[in-house]
Write a protein of this length. Structure first.
Length: 288
C-alpha cells in the first residue's frame, strides 16, 4: 500500500505521496487533477480566478508550467478527451475544451475550442459540476443545482462527440462527486451519505466526507475529509486516503495532517482517467 505513488489536490495545494511521506508540490487551493504523458495537470485557484498548471516530475526536479489562465475561480474538474483538455465552468453551466500542445505558451480561458453546455434544462440556475468521465464516444458530466441543504438531486449528463446532450440520468443522491464506469455500473461518491456506491448499491462507507476517487487494476483509492458544518472545522480536521481492493474491502489508510481532499489520482495506470489506455504516466523516482 505505502509504496503506491499517488497525488492529491487539497485546500492547501497539490501533494505527492512518494512512498514515505507527502511532499507539497504547489501551494494554494487546488481542485481538479489528471495525469497525461508523465505529467500531472491540476486546476489551481488564485483569488477569484483559476488556472491550469502542468507539473513535470523528473527525479529531484519539479517544473510547473502555466497552461490556461483567467479561468473562473469556482472551476473544479479537469480531464483529457483525446488531445483536448476539458475544464468545468460552473459559473456558466458548461464544460470548456482546450487544445494544448507541448512547447506552446499558456492560453487565456477565452480561447476555448468548444464548449459542452448544460443550460437547456438549467438556464440561469448555477450548477455544481463535480465529475467528468470520458468513456468511448461519450463525455459524462455530473452536476447538481443549489448548495447546502437546498441541493437537488445530482444528475449525470451524457454528451456525444459533437458536444450535444443525448441523455440525463439521476445519480441517486445529492452532493455526489467523482465518476467511474467499470463496464457495467457507475461508481461514484455520495459524499453527504458518506458512501461510495456502485450502481444503486453502497459498497463502502467512509468515516468522513468521501471525495476523490482513483481506480487501479487491483485497488481503489478514496479521499476522505472531515465531515463538519463549519469551514474551519473541515479545514482543521484530519483527512486520509483510504485504500480498498477492487471489491471495495478496506485495506489500509494514509493520513494527512489537515485540509480537505478534492481529487485523488494514481500516478500510473489510473483507469478512472481518460488516458489509462495510453499507459504513459511515469512512476517517477521523485523522492526528496
Amino acid at each position: 500500500m505505502g509504496d503506491t505513488p499517488f497525488a492529491v489536490t487539497t485546500s492547501h495545494g497539490l501533494l505527492l505521496w512518494n512512498g514515505r511521506h507527502f511532499e507539497r508540490i504547489t501551494r494554494g487551493p487546488a481542485c481538479g487533477l489528471t495525469v497525461r504523458d508523465g505529467a500531472l495537470w491540476v486546476f489551481q485557484r488564485a483569488g477569484r480566478h483559476g488556472r491550469v498548471l502542468s507539473v513535470h516530475l523528473e527525479g529531484e526536479d519539479v517544473e510547473v508550467v502555466p497552461r490556461i489562465l483567467g479561468l473562473p475561480g469556482n472551476g473544479y474538474c479537469i480531464d483529457f478527451v483525446g488531445d483536448e483538455l476539458m475544464v468545468t465552468d460552473p459559473s456558466r453551466n458548461q464544460v470548456l475544451a482546450y487544445r494544448i500542445g507541448d512547447g506552446r505558451p499558456a492560453v487565456h480561458a477565452a480561447h476555448a475550442a468548444r464548449s459542452f453546455c448544460l443550460e437547456d434544462r438549467a438556464a440561469r440556475v448555477p450548477l455544481r459540476i463535480s465529475a467528468l468521465l470520458p468513456h468511448g464516444p461519450l463525455l459524462f458530466v455530473m452536476a447538481s443545482k443549489g448548495r447546502g441543504h437546498d441541493s437537488r438531486q445530482s444528475e449525470i449528463w451524457a454528451f456525444d462527440s459533437r458536444a450535444r446532450p443525448v441523455a440525463v440520468v439521476p445519480a441517486g443522491g445529492t452532493h455526489c462527486h467523482d465518476l467511474f464506469f467499470d463496464g457495467e455500473q457507475f461508481v461514484l461518491c455520495r459524499s453527504r451519505e458518506r458512501t461510495v456506491v456502485r450502481g444503486p448499491h453502497p459498497v463502502y462507507r467512509a468515516d468522513g466526507f468521501p471525495r476523490g476517487l482513483a481506480v487501479g487494476e487491483d485497488r481503489v483509492l478514496v479521499g476522505v475529509s472531515a465531515h463538519a458544518r463549519s469551514r474551519h472545522a473541515r479545514e482543521s480536521g484530519a483527512a486520509s486516503v483510504d485504500f480498498l481492493d477492487r471489491d471495495f474491502r478496506w485495506q489500509g489508510r494514509i493520513t494527512l495532517r489537515h485540509g480537505q481532499i478534492r481529487s485523488v489520482r494514481l500516478l500510473s495506470d489510473d483507469i478512472a482517467t481518460s488516458n489509462a489506455v495510453r499507459r504513459t504516466a511515469k512512476t517517477s523516482a521523485h523522492t526528496r
